[in-house]
Design a protein around this ligand. Sequence first.
Ligand SMILES: [Zn+2]
Length: 146
Amino acid sequence: MSTQESQANQFDMTRPLPVVQPWSEAFWEGAREGKLLLQHCKSCGAMIFYPRKFCPECWSAEIGWKEASGRATIYTFSTAYDMVEPRFWTDIPYTIAYVDLKEGPRMMTRIVECAPADIKIGMEVEVVFHKLDDKFFLPYFRPVAK
Ligand SMILES: [Zn+2]
């Protein structure tokens, strides 16, 4: 048994799951179907992420949903090689990033299917859904094939 495995036995290794709110339910349903859904304000036209009850631009409650293109560019990123919460030890190295969606909102995500050394700010990426369990599929991003 490795040192990491014996240490892992001392911790709760259960993965944290998203907390679904009434106003975010459609987002998770969309993700299960492979769709990246963004909220859309019917009053001012703002595209909104993360899901909310009110538009952050004009405070309207008239909010609908639109499917995003799934395309984005990397705004910034950080790769974890060590010193992360025990529940994520099996994932390292992994890269957390903020990406700017083509529709405007900035989203925190992971960059996958790319060696950490090859990830660059400004890189074009596309959404790919990562299955956590039967209910939750997380929107991660991978480099766009050239
Ligand atoms: Zn608005």
